[in-house]
Design a protein around this ligand. Structure first.
Ligand code: PLP
Length: 435
């Protein structure tokens, strides 16, 4: 039985972000001062909000003995990982680069799950030699290769098989991962055979089963459908003689991006997990990414120009699609707030765009915003997840710096990566050097 959806809705600013003395603050720090010190565009994160987002999970699952492994793909800044590590997070990684980051930030391989659909031989070997807690395998060829690598190293790989439950997560098509047409997981109909193969192959210990049906799920019903199917599979696998000790339920809990969106209901989500899987006596792992970090971060940007076209007003910012690609990639909405408190100013429609030479470099169309002028600062809210990690240097733009605030303090936790440093990685072939 699904519980009624939460009636609480989002408003902006909220949580660790608020207007004070006419300006937007992160905790006790004036964002205008951060912009003056580090320049724009810049990502800014709140320690208090990261902790609040962590607590929402910890409280909802208190006493259940679940393992919460932060999905680093959402935000892999070392200071962010370290903040969550100190609160008790393990890690969910999809590359050895992410494992190195997790370890550098204080999460050992023994508390790390290696997910992902296309791991390389070297990555498997590095994870095994580091003592990885679990490798989530997504295909039979991957199973065969992992067995070969583990045997070659004289080790046994703790394996969970990610199955594809063919459940529609009812989210954006590009972030739905649990339908049969998606590339992820082993087809439902092949799952038992895959486990049998894992049991037969040397060097593998099939310890568990995993699912992840998508990201930004705003309803719990798809989770419930997937987990109920998973429970049936666990019973069958145990009958088949596979000792399933762990169940990895993936991540995917959504966050509100627009004012009025419903807030994620962690208690309802925890109730779904308990109701569907609790009776199986297995160790449950969660892999949340977005819901731990999204609301803890914003992207700060400055208005370069206000351009009045024949039909539209354009707010041209110094941030672009290379800094925050979600609107271009997924038509995602980010609430945009002026850093100067607009008070009661009458909003007007504007297209909010960046300087990159693509029409797709558009953050919002006909967004109602208070009148603004060149030099004003704006904040893209809920940008702590899939923001900085997806940034690039298209148009030879620098990588935006990242800042972490805590109370009245703030610190630059990644400096701007400029074009001189980008060019330092390049070289001319010898035949171009002479003359
Ligand atoms: N686990 C796996 C295997 C994923 O692919 C993802 C994201 O796509 C996550 C966890 C994290 O998802 P989210 O950020 O929606 O919580």
């Amino acid at each position: 039985m699904t519980q009624p959806p939460s009636t609480r809705t989002a408003r902006f600013p909220d949580g660790a972000f608020a207007y004070r003395d006419g300006r937007l603050f992160v905790e006790g720090v004036d964002l205008t001062a951060i912009a003056a010190a580090v320049g724009t565009p810049a990502y800014v994160y709140s320690t208090a909000q990261l902790a609040a987002n962590w607590r929402a999970y910890a409280d909802a699952f208190a006493g259940d003995g679940v393992e919460i492994c932060f999905a680093l793909k959402a935000n892999s800044n070392l200071a962010v990982i370290r903040t969550l590590a100190r609160l008790g997070a393990g890690a969910d990684i999809v590359s050895i680069g992410e494992m190195e980051r997790a370890m550098a930030a204080g999460i050992p391989a023994a508390r790390t799950i290696f997910s992902g659909v296309g791991k390389g031989r070297d990555e498997m070997a590095a994870a095994l030699s580091a003592g990885i807690h679990q490798i989530n395998v997504e295909s039979l060829p991957e199973l065969e290769l992992l067995s070969e690598v583990a045997v070659g190293m004289g080790l046994t790989a703790p394996v969970a098989i990610r199955v594809n439950p063919d459940v529609d997560a009812e989210t954006h098509g590009k972030i739905a991962t649990g339908r049969k047409e998606d590339k992820f997981g082993i087809d439902w109909g092949h799952a038992r055979a895959a486990f049998a193969r894992a049991k037969a192959l040397p060097g593998l210990d099939p310890v568990g089963v995993a699912v992840h049906i998508g990201s930004q799920l705003l309803k719990t019903a798809p989770f419930e459908r997937a987990y109920a199917k998973l429970a049936e599979l666990v019973v069958q696998l145990r009958e088949d003689g596979i000792d399933i000790r762990r169940i990895d339920v993936g991540g995917g809990l959504g966050v509100p991006y627009r004012p009025g969106d419903g807030l994620p209901d962690h208690a309802e989500y925890a109730a779904v997990v308990r109701r569907t899987l609790g009776h199986l006596g297995a160790r449950i792992t969660l892999e949340p990414g977005r819901s731990l970090v999204a609301s803890a971060g914003l992207l700060l940007s400055r208005v370069n120009f206000v351009k009045d076209g024949l039909h539209r007003r354009f707010l041209i910012l110094d941030a672009a699609m290379n800094d925050l690609i979600r609107p271009s990639l997924y038509d995602a909405w980010h609430t945009i707030l002026p850093v100067k408190d607009p008070g009661g100013a009458e909003p007007v429609p504007m297209d909010v765009v960046g300087p990159v030479c693509e029409s797709g470099d558009t953050f919002a169309k006909e967004r109602l915003l208070p009148p603004m002028a060149a030099g004003d600062l704006v904040a893209f809210m809920t940008a702590g997840a899939y923001g900085a990690v997806m940034a690039g240097t298209y148009n030879s733009r620098p990588l935006a710096p990242e800042v972490l605030a805590s109370g009245d303090r703030w610190s630059l936790v990644r400096r701007r990566w400029g074009v001189a440093e980008q060019m330092a990685l390049e070289s001319l072939p010898d035949w171009m050097q002479a003359g």
